[in-house]
Write a protein that binds this ligand. Sequence first.
Ligand code: PMP
Length: 371
Amino acid sequence: MNFASGLPDPRTIPKNEIKEIIAEAFEIYGYQVLQYSPSSGLSKLVKEVIKFVYRTRGLRANLNNVIIVSGSQQGLELVSRIFIDPGDIVVVEEPTYLLALNVFKLRKARIVSVPVDDEGMDVNVLEDIVKDLKKDGKKPKIVYTMPVAQNPTGVTMSINRRKHLLELAEKYNFIIVEDDAYGLLSFDYEQPPIASLMGLNNVVYISSLSKVLAPGLRVGYVIANENIINKMYVLKQFMDLGTSVLGQAIAQIALEKGVVDKNAEYAKRLYRLKKNLMIELIDGMFFSESWRSNPKGGFYIWVKLNKNIDTRKLFEQSKRNGVIFTPGANLCVNTYRCLDAMRLSYSNPSEDEIRIGIYRLSSLIREMANV
Ligand code: PMP
C-alpha cells in the first residue's frame, strides 16, 4: 500500500483516448512527430497551452511568455539555473516539495523556510524574514510557493496572502516561483494564480499536464516574462534539445479536443472522494492528539502525530507491514520540527488499499505510542 508516491490514480489516465490520439498525431504531423523540434516547443502546442491556461486558470500569456518543458520538474531546474548562484537565498514553504528542495540545494542555495498554515504560506513571517535580511543588505533571490493544494499539506493560499506576497516581491525585488502542479485539482473553489493578479513582472509560473492527463508524456510549461523565457530556451537546448515531440503532439491534440478539461473534472471528483475517505479513516483511527491538514485539492494529507514517535522509525516497521508513506523530516528544512509528521498520499492507492493501509498504520502507531 503506497501512500508515499505522488502517482496519479490509474483511472485518471485516459488510455483509450490517448491511443486514438497517437494514431491521429501520426496522421496530422507525419514523420515530424519523430523529428527534432524547436526547443521552445511545438508552436501548435504553445497556442493550445495559452488558451488552456486562460480558460482554466484565467492566466493571460502571449507566445513570447511560454516555453514547453519536460514536466514542471524541468521548469524548476531551469529557474534554479537561471536565478540561483551558490549562497543565494531561496525561501521555501515548510513543509515543502522534496524535489524542489533538492534542486535548490544542488545549486548550493541558502534555504530559508516559512511555515504553512490553513491559509498557505504565512506571508507575515516571510515579511519579517525579508525585513531582517534587508538590514544585512540581503534579500531572497526567489520565493518558491505552491499556492493551490500545496504539496504536502493540500492547503490553498488565501487571496489576501497572494496579494501580500506580490507586494513584497515588488517592494523587495524578488521572484515568486509559482508551482501550480495541482492548480486544476481544487476540490471546492478556485483561486486565481498569483501570476494572473498583477502581470508577469515578478512571477514565474510553472505547471504541467502530469496530474490531469498523463505524467509519462513529460509535458509541462513555464509562463514568465519574455526575458526569462529567452534564457530558458538557451538553457533547455543544453539540457535536452527539446521536449519529446510525440509527447507534445499528443498533448496538443488532447487539449484541442477537450480531453484534458474533461479528464481534469473527472480526476478532481475522484480525488475528492478518496481524500474524504482517507480523512474519515484518519479521524476515526489515529489518536485525538494528532493533527491533520484539511486538503483543498491535490494528492496529499499532512499528519502530525504529536506524540514522541519518529516517523522514520515508524516507516521501517510499517514497510514490513506492506504500508509506505513519506516521513515528514524528508520534507522539512528544520527536520526536527517534522520528526513526528508524515505525508499520506491518497492519489494512487485504491479505496480498499486506503482502508486496509490506514488501519494497519494506525494499529502500528498505537503500538509504538503504547495506547
Ligand atoms: N511540483 C510539484 C509540487 C509536484 O508535486 C510535482 C510532482 N509530484 C512536480 C512539480 C513535478 O511534476 P511534473 O514534472 O510531472 O510536472
